[in-house]
Design a protein. Structure first.
Length: 409
């Protein structure tokens, strides 16, 4: 199935209730479980990633299929390693080709017993849960922050706690900070000095918790505002002092003509017309925003050079290669370097006559490309649109609410 998306027939004027933050939801579910909390978490994300996490944490079974949810795979691997029992965890074919050796090796070094059931270094896993000894380990700072967050969340329950020494450049630093701040809200204090994070043995305390809206999801509406030059989009539930690293997108979008006004309810997007003639940015701390900015920059004919993209290679798909392939269909020739840099100098080629955007089982490919519909009267066609359920199940209905015309193609 594919969707044909056509631009609104009138000026966009809409208030969109974004999904709750997936990053916060998935961390708080683990922390809630580790604290044996009697409280239900309010405003949890209704995305696939969170659904599989809830199902696993509330299941009486021992075998878990987390489908395409990378966050759930990493967080649950660490969580189950300290829950007494024998467990298996698997996922989609793509998930079986997403590396997890770094996390497994780290957990095994800390006293866990985890085995590979098929291919060495990849899911599915067999986990023999028991008390974790803990201690000191080193990890490259350039690994996925989800590995680091997974270790940190179970660290207080290790007999010796955890001293985590991060070597080299630390990527996705805001996501590590988010994890530590949420742990603090559940009563656990960690220290982060230089390249070393230390978590002493201690207990989590149950607390009531309300999840804020998702700044990553907000980026697609900023993109729509930038391309359509709209000033009529309101996004309730977002706040200036957010724990989410992707809140940095608000400042970056000001270079693409969209300013942010904070209100008591959330934010309002204001188109200013103040657009840079070239954009250079290091996305090492906000990798999930990269696809959005790549698409909006080519749409606005703004050359760019984006660095810090090394983690894009191991996401739901190889996002750098996917962006190059799909934007070439629309006549934009991107280049990449060193597995971490993506740039566009304005070079174009002949576009395809009726391109269909492939989504590669990647929710962010679908949502990042959808705003392009504003540019094309004939609309754009996106394959497998249901992939948005991974993080934003209501995305297409929200577009319809804003006036976009969406039909099955």
């Amino acid at each position: 199935m594919s969707y044909l998306i056509k631009r609104p027939l009138k000026v966009i004027n809409a208030s969109i209730q974004l999904p709750a933050s997936k990053s916060i939801s998935n961390r708080v579910l683990i922390l809630n479980a580790l604290s044996y909390s009697p409280y239900d978490i309010r405003n949890l994300s209704d995305c696939d990633d969170t659904e599989v996490m809830i199902k696993a944490l509330t299941s009486n079974g021992r075998d878990f299929d987390i489908k395409a949810a990378g966050t759930a795979m990493r967080f649950l691997t660490a969580f189950l390693s300290k829950v007494v029992g024998e467990w298996t965890i698997t996922g989609t074919e793509r998930m079986k080709n997403r590396p997890i050796r770094i996390l497994v090796d780290a957990l095994n070094a800390l006293g866990a017993r985890i085995e590979y059931m098929e291919k060495e270094g990849y899911p599915p896993l067999r986990i023999f849960g028991s008390a974790l000894q803990g201690g000191a380990i080193s990890l490259a700072g350039g690994v996925s922050s989800q590995y680091i967050s997974a270790l940190l969340m179970v660290a207080p329950l290790m007999e010796k706690g955890l001293t985590l020494m991060l070597e080299g450049n630390i990527i996705s630093r805001p996501y590590i900070h988010l994890t530590l701040q949420l742990m603090k809200q559940f009563g656990v204090v960690a220290t982060w000095e230089g390249q070393t994070i230390r978590v002493e043995p201690q207990e989590y305390k149950p607390v009531p918790f309300v999840v804020e809206s998702d700044w990553s999801a907000a980026s697609y509406w900023y993109s729509i505002a930038a391309i359509s030059k709209s000033t009529g989009i309101e996004l309730p539930g977002l706040f200036e002092n957010s724990l989410q690293g992707d809140a940095a997108g608000a400042q970056l979008f000001s270079k693409l003509g969209v300013d942010t006004t904070y209100t008591d309810q959330g934010i309002r997007l204001n188109y200013t017309g103040n657009v840079t003639d070239r954009l250079e940015y290091d996305f090492v701390n906000e990798p999930d925003l990269a696809q959005t900015f790549v698409v909006v920059c080519v749409a606005l004919d703004i050359p760019f050079r984006f660095t810090g993209l090394q983690s894009l290679k191991i996401k739901e798909t190889d996002r750098m290669e996917a962006l190059k392939t799909e934007l070439k269909k629309y006549g934009y020739l991107l280049t990449d370097h060193d597995n971490s840099i993506l740039e566009w100098n304005g070079e174009k080629c002949q576009p395809e006559s009726a391109p269909v955007i492939a989504t590669y089982e990647d929710h962010r490919m679908a949502m990042a490309f959808a705003p392009l519909a504003v540019m094309y009267p004939q609309g754009i066609c996106i394959a497998d649109p249901e992939v948005v359920s991974k993080s934003h199940p209501g995305f297409w209905n929200d577009l319809r609410k804003a006036g976009f015309i969406i039909t099955e193609n």
